[in-house]
Design a protein around this ligand. Structure first.
Ligand code: C2E
Ligand code: CA
Ligand code: CA
Ligand code: CA
Length: 273
């Protein structure tokens, strides 16, 4: 049976395993949520280790399912990627984040995650320019977080688009560095503004000498190449102290704050009169 709903191409049958059927049902509901503006955005602060002040917020998509409650972003983003919903979902998150950030003090940036698939559909640079114009956010206050997976296909074209975006004044961040198929060669091909050290290394750094050494190496590389380093998933003061000691430039994690609605950060975001 076709699982209802619009242009969905999702079919399920009794032979499918439970997980696959589940995704199929979720796909229909996700399509509806995207169409009806049901995806919201939370913000998580990133602080400078030099000043202790918030320099940016990462925008993180949220979907509250009417019956099931919050669906983990890792799950609904991967469903969106499989069923062609990524371009529209990504555009909505970008627009919401830029509109919100346009009213923040001018020294605070907003970071938006890009799926590799957004580089393959339509003219990404044109979409971003259009959203910036419509929301009034200066390009210099937008950061885009891209993952290594991005560069697997069509390397030249991807770096061309990234360069065009960077020329506009947008900062490009390498997200989740160290997981997946990292290649140090990417840094030779493209001047990333910052590298984000994946949470998995930060969470192990005080128990695993290998994780610690990897973090130390990435921070050292960042210094040599003039790239800032953002440690993700900082949960304890001990991790924070160790990262500061190593010269990490920015921290993000539950120790500082969980992702929250922008309204909860009024004390940071109240624009200077
Ligand atoms: P990410 O880009 O690596 O985002 C950081 C994730 O780490 C977020 O999970 C955040 O809530 C979580 N996090 C931050 N600090 C801590 C901490 O101290 N401890 C722990 N345990 N977790 C922490 P979230 O919001 O569940 O998002 C998961 C992933 O979903 C993101 O990972 C990103 O890959 C993807 N995602 C979220 N929103 C978007 C979006 O708008 N577009 C795209 N393409 N992907 C998105
Ligand atoms: Ca991210
Ligand atoms: Ca990340
Ligand atoms: Ca991650």
């Amino acid at each position: 049976a076709k699982a209802g709903g619009g242009s969905s191409a999702c079919f399920y049958s009794p032979e499918m395993d439970k997980a696959a059927r589940d995704r199929c049902v979720l796909e229909v509901d996700l399509r509806r949520a995207v169409e009806q503006g049901g995806i919201s955005v939370l913000y998580q602060p990133v602080v400078s280790t030099a000043t202790g002040l918030t320099t940016s917020f990462e925008a993180l998509a949220r979907w509250i399912h009417p019956q099931r409650g919050p669906i983990p972003p890792d799950l609904f983003i991967s469903i969106a990627e499989e069923c062609g919903l990524v371009p529209e979902l990504g555009r909505q998150v970008l627009e919401t984040a830029c509109r919100e950030a346009a009213s923040w003090p001018s020294h605070i940036r907003v970071a938006v995650n890009l799926s590799p698939l957004q580089f393959e559909s339509g003219d990404l640079a044109a979409t971003i320019v259009e959203v910036l114009a419509r929301t009034g956010l200066p390009a210099t206050r937008l950061q885009l977080e891209v993952t290594e997976g991005l560069v697997i296909r069509n390397v030249d074209r991807v770096f061309e688009i990234l360069q065009a975006l960077r020329d506009l004044g947008i900062q490009i961040l390498m997200d989740d560095f160290g997981v997946g198929y990292s290649s140090l060669g990417y840094f030779e091909r493209f001047p990333f503004d910052k590298v984000k050290i994946d949470r998995s290394f930060v969470s192990r750094m005080l128990e695993s000498p290998v994780s610690y050494a990897i973090i130390e190496a990435v921070i050292g590389l960042g210094k040599r190449l003039g790239m800032g380093t953002v440690a993700e998933g900082v949960e304890t003061a001990e991790q924070m102290n160790a990262l500061v000691q190593l010269g990490c430039t920015h921290l993000q994690g539950y120790l500082i704050s969980r992702p929250r609605p922008a309204a909860d950060f009024e004390h940071i975001l109240r624009a200077v009169p």
